[in-house]
Design a protein around this ligand. Structure first.
Ligand code: GLC
Ligand code: GLC
Length: 817
């Protein structure tokens, strides 16, 4: 069952009922100012950092869970006896609407609804170059008589630090401060501006208003929620000026419309920072000049439309960088629109703010952000470059790294610390992807601090060497890399032994157990160690490349021996040197991670182990909704394994379909040339392919979720934790570079698709290093292999299109077979 449909021409998902199984959200904002907006207008806004600079308040664990957005209320007083109050997004009043539509587009959301012949159109977005969210609302009278309406706006301010905001009431209920100008049309939130803050927020509208409120209790009434504000019921705001308690911003606009007449208003929610020496206009009165300039910039419809056109152009250009036309509409839709869009969002947000990540927990993850880069680097390489430097700056001199950092301060987060032994290698992955995309070797020579201390800075290449050496020098009894607190699987905590509730599985216990080893990190070391060696060669350091390959060989061999279980790769060795993920185990006999990663790294391909490993995945882990992370799921808590066994079977890391590592297996299948199987895996978790079962899947049908409940779970097939997941980047890498097969190498684009036998011919545009490649692929029913490759009319040997300085257009014809 569907709750909407894709409109590919408009690059929108059109939601046709507000009652989706879960809130279906969108993200507004591209650089520093961001909003989350659901299909019922719920959600919140922040500047740069979801925890530290939160503009509007959100209620976690609230019922309903989708709440406290930037709402508009329409009170229709035309027929005095039958007055009706409604919202264009249905919530929070939830009056049944006569029509409803929500279109989530690229960086904007649009609502069109009607009730009793009054139509409301709302369009909201964050402009490219200003720190604000603008909303245009048009109200149209389709009645046969004059309409008498009152429009209200409503936002509730957060007192900036979202974490403190929901805990420190004894202070916060006395700090709230606002200012009101233009008879209530412009409402300012200036809590803590009197002391150490130099920023405030503003909510203004481009018209005279008939009333306003800035105190929540005055507007809603002390016993009401946003679903039944007193002021709206009365048709009149109270003119409250908040002092302490809970500041809000609400406008009241009385509207009279002739039949057929429309009126449009533009609301701007902005964030303003003033220089320290220019904070005040006069004693206690904030300097509002920049706020007025911001509101002025969006006060006309022309300006609003122009800013929207800029946003649309921005996306059009970005999505022109990789564009496929095949006979598979769903592949085209995901590749050309939604998968890349999600890659941008994950790059911007890491795992901070979603409807499943509170924005107050983790900041940017070291491993997460490095992986997010893989799906983003082709879009805006310069931003990826900066991100790599930021991430590397949180590394320690021994190569280990803070697991997370706060985007506002860019400092490592010491609560969680380091000790996740896969982290260092992801830095190589991200850097290598950047250099392969751009050819920019200068990044490797940038001086980058360790732990943000510039006095101990070294080049980025030295950082990568530290990463490489960290793994090479932290190995256990079987010659496999030590796992530390955890590797990619945060929940495999082999050095933790937590016996008491409330202890963090990740940070409890010694981080650096000398015994527990990870076969997954072995796979990473082989894959990214080789990428490190190639970077060394590019810098002319052949001796280092040779040394690296000798180290890689040792780990490769260990993976094929101690890391091999007979039919698949072992997952790990625990702190007692017992196998994890082996047929010898009672539960958790096979894990997905080492099968996918070792094979995609090429381990065991020539020895025939790879084929066996992937067969075992198909036999033991596959389901109709995707490949499960492990089987059999743990039915009891294993002290020696940690959090993985804490989840009920079928959820999360305990046997869920963890979407993130499905593409690893799919890529692994392409390494073996199995196009049919690679694509089958791709399709199972692909949003566009499972749109039809939205009532089972529940999360948004246009983006990936972190997890789909596995076969052992009660709600098999149900998605959770949508949007912020490494799945976005990895599926894009999989479909764009391995299945469709256009892979950036250091020497140019390589063309080597691996598609199902019935995929058909396809064409592709790829912009790369300043040139445009128009690629056409004749498939001939082949799953893999190029038998002829012509570039600008000349046949070439091999798969790599040699990059020629100055050539701007490449016409590429590839014939498979
Ligand atoms: C979450 C984390 C990610 C981790 C994964 C598996 O998605 O963000 O870092 O690799 O879980 O535990
Ligand atoms: C929990 C989750 C895991 C996530 C981690 C983040 O362990 O199960 O998915 O990566 O928390 O700290």
């Amino acid at each position: 069952m569907k709750f909407g449909y894709f409109d590919d021409n408009a690059c929108e998902y059109v939601i046709t009922t507000p009652k989706t199984p879960l809130p279906w959200i969108n993200y507004l904002g591209n650089k520093e100012f961001f909003s989350l907006i659901s299909n019922t207008c719920g959600g919140y806004t922040f500047y740069k950092d979801a925890k530290l600079l939160r503009l509007t308040r959100y209620r976690y664990n609230n019922v309903p869970y989708d709440n406290n957005g930037k709402y508009f209320y329409i009170k229709d007083e035309t027929d005095k006896a039958n007055e009706v109050i409604w919202n264009p997004g249905w919530q929070p009043v939830k009056t049944t609407l006569d029509s409803y539509e929500c279109r989530h587009g690229l960086g904007y959301s649009k609502f069109s609804s009607s009730k009793s012949d009054i139509k409301a159109d709302v369009l909201t977005f964050v402009p490219m170059n200003d720190n604000c969210e603008v909303s245009k609302i048009t109200i149209t009278n389709n009645k046969k008589e004059d309409a008498k309406l009152v429009l209200f706006s409503y936002v509730e301010w957060c007192l900036w630090n979202a974490d403190d905001d929901m805990k420190n009431f004894q202070r916060n209920l006395s700090t709230g401060e606002v200012e009101v100008t233009n008879d209530g049309a412009t409402l300012f939130h200036k809590t803590e501006y009197r002391e150490r803050r130099n920023h405030y927020a503003v909510y203004g509208v481009n018209t005279k208003v008939d009333g306003f409120d800035t105190s929540r209790d005055a507007f809603l009434g002390a016993y009401n929620g946003p679903d039944s504000p007193d002021a709206v019921a009365a048709g009149k705001c109270t003119g409250s000026v908040a002092s302490g308690w809970s500041p809000i911003a609400a406008h009241q606009i009385n509207i009279n419309l002739k039949p057929g007449e429309s009126k449009t208003f533009i609301f701007t929610l902005g964030y303003i920072e003033n220089p320290e020496d220019d904070k005040w206009e006069s004693h206690g009165v904030i300097n509002k000049k920049p706020a007025y300039a911001l509101l002025d910039a969006y006060k006309t419809e022309e300006a609003f439309d122009k800013a929207l056109a800029e946003l649309n152009d921005y996306w059009k250009n970005l999505l022109g960088i990789y564009h496929v036309s095949s006979s598979n509409e769903k592949v085209d839709r995901m590749v050309n629109i939604w998968n890349q869009y999600q890659c941008m969002v994950t790059f911007n947000m890491s795992r901070s703010a979603s409807y499943y990540e509170s924005g107050i927990g983790r900041g940017m993850g070291f491993r997460d952000s490095c992986q997010d880069l893989l799906g983003f680097v082709h879009l805006i390489p310069d931003r990826a470059r900066q991100r790599i430097i930021d991430i590397a700056s949180t590394q320690f001199q021994d190569g280990s790294a803070y697991h997370q950092y706060q985007p506002l301060t860019k400092k490592g987060n010491s609560d969680i610390g380091s000790g996740f032994n896969d982290d260092p290698l992801w830095l190589i992955a991200g850097t290598s992807a950047y250099v392969r995309e751009t050819g920019d070797l200068s990044i490797l020579k940038e001086m980058v601090p360790f732990d943000n201390d510039m006095s101990v800075a070294k080049t980025l290449m030295d950082h990568l060497k530290c990463s490489f050496n960290f793994t090479a020098t932290h190995k256990g009894p079987h010659g496999l890399p030590l796992i530390g607190r955890a590797d990619w699987n945060d929940c495999l905590n082999l050095n933790c032994f937590s016996e008491h509730p409330g202890e963090s599985f990740q940070t409890f216990g010694p981080s650096e157990g000398p015994v527990a080893e990870s076969v997954f990190i072995a796979g990473m070391f082989v894959k990214y160690g080789e990428e490190y060696a190639q970077l060394a060669e590019l810098l002319g350091d052949d001796a280092e490349a040779k040394r690296a390959r000798e180290e890689i060989k040792k780990v490769y061999d260990a993976a094929c021996t101690a890391g091999w279980d007979g039919e698949w790769f072992v997952r790990a060795y625990d702190a007692n040197s017992n196998k994890v993920g082996s047929k010898e185990c009672e539960e958790g006999q096979i894990f997905i991670e080492p099968q996918g990663f070792c094979v995609l790294a090429g381990i065991g391909v020539k020895e025939g182990l790879a084929e066996k490993a992937l067969k075992s995945v198909e036999e033991r882990l596959d389901t109709k909704y995707g490949v499960m992370i492990l089987q059999p799921a743990y039915t009891k808590y294993h002290l020696e394994l940690g959090e993985v066994s804490s989840y009920p079977p079928g959820y999360k890391e305990n046997g869920g379909i963890f979407c993130h590592n499905n593409p690893w297996v799919s890529i692994a299948e392409t390494v073996l040339g199995h196009g049919d199987r690679a694509f089958e895996i791709y399709k199972k978790t692909c949003p566009a392919y499972i749109e039809e079962i939205s009532e089972v899947h529940c999360t948004e049908p246009y983006v990936y979720s972190q997890m789909v409940a596995g076969r052992d779970a009660k709600f098999f097939g149900q998605g959770k934790n949508s949007w912020l997941t490494g799945t976005a980047a990895w599926t894009f890498v999989n479909i764009s570079q391995y299945i469709l097969g256009v892979y950036p190498t250091h020497n140019g684009l390589s063309i080597d698709p691996c598609v199902p036998a019935d995929f058909g011919d396809f064409t592709l545009t790829r912009k790369y290093r300043g040139a445009t490649y128009n690629i056409s692929v004749k498939q001939n029913g082949a799953q893999k292999g190029i038998k002829k490759l012509t570039v600008n009319g000349k046949e070439i040997s091999g798969n790599i299109i040699p990059y020629e300085e100055g050539v701007k257009e490449y016409t590429v014809e590839a014939v498979m077979g």
